[in-house]
Design a protein around this ligand. Sequence first.
Ligand code: AMP
Ligand code: MG
Length: 462
Amino acid sequence: MDFPFENTYANLPERLYTKLPPTPVKTPRLVAYNEALAAELNIKGAPEASVFAGNTVPEKADPLAQVYAGHQFGHWNPQLGDGRAILLGEVGGQDIQLKGSGPTPYSRMGDGRAWLGPVLREYVVSEFMHAAGVPTTRALAAVTTGEIVLREAPLPGAILTRVAASHIRVGTFQYFASRTDAPALQALVDHCIARHYPDADGPQGLLDAVVNAQANLIAKWMSLGFIHGVMNTDNCAISGETIDYGPCAFMDAYHPETKFSSIDQFGRYAYNNQPDIAAWNLAQLATSLLQLMPDRDAAIEAFTESVNGFIPAFQKAYSAVFMSKIGISNTQDGDMTLVSDLLDRMAANQADFTNTFRGLSDGNARDQFVDPTAFDTWAEGWQARIAAEPDPKALMRKTNPAVIPRNHRVEEMIQAAVKGDFGPFERLNMVLATPYMLAETDTDLAAPPTEQEIVHQTFCGT
Ligand code: AMP
Ligand code: MG
């Protein structure tokens, strides 16, 4: 295979990373390859399992593990880093990273490996997010390693090849801020501006750009009923992409307080907390960047204003996307009341989030409600309002997916793959690549879980 690698991160100061190759595995087998993404990235040649397993390091790669820190569930952890990931280099400005590629100096007690379940989950969910227009890391390939990984049980090992605009996180800045290393912070600022926000001017410009990108990102998550599950500062990407698909899940029945992650005991990262948490994470970025500002008092004032701008920016993006979801393109005063009223009724009636919104254009939204008259009384006002809209149906059909990676389908896919059957994985990928269209033969994938099928908890999957 030929990767036209550049290595701009590897050329930053050495204390930002540790250079080391991936650890080879026993018997690599390619189980997924994203041809379309490979073509976009101009990666040539037939896919080789040995490359995506880390057994063969491509010629122009300069492999390394990045160091970072972070607040995990609000608690400061001064030393994190790629404990099981290796950055090979960048292709077309995009990081190519192997995840599950063996221990590094940042592995702490971990084995540096991943098992097949989380690898396929991230593959399916991140590719769906991309298809649904959400900024996200992508999946280029998945291999099984032929090795056993010990978790709560012995499980098949696997490696994901992840593509990202970069893997720089709020936690990367925090690591160097906590060491009062201004030169490293400056190098990171310059690097992030060059790669992600070429129009941004200095730390203030970078902060504003990240605030804006995160506001748009979280609004998109909310519009899909997506719950990230582990919004620690080390999982908050400077690029504004969704990163780290550990315990993430999509809601079936709508409730604003929904959470899935087994380790999120107090619902810190529940659906409706996500905007506030993003703002909190951005405050940590602002604090880190303060060290670069000669006039600290003036900077505190300006940065506070930037971070305070997150919630209004989020609300603007949220309103825009939810207006489209109910078919309104020319917003008028009071339109958002239609949205909040609908959501309240959905919560009271255990209405399926995805199918209710899709049902607005498909004509079966009321069927999602325990008491369908709760929908009917809302729909009277809504119908009257959208009568004035040019083509509400078309707008709704391109904003409300017909199908999402439902938790029970993802679990079912993982169970099959562990037994060697990758059919459900391939089918999910194929159907989710065009989530706004659904063939008659695939409607089973759009159905909410039965009582027995409901997934109540998700796990970090390390
Ligand atoms: P995450 O919860 O996936 O964001 O990971 C938090 C930290 O734990 C990161 O620094 C990871 O690199 C590290 N980590 C997670 N799983 C493993 C593992 N199996 N081996 C080594 N490090 C790990
Ligand atoms: Mg992480």
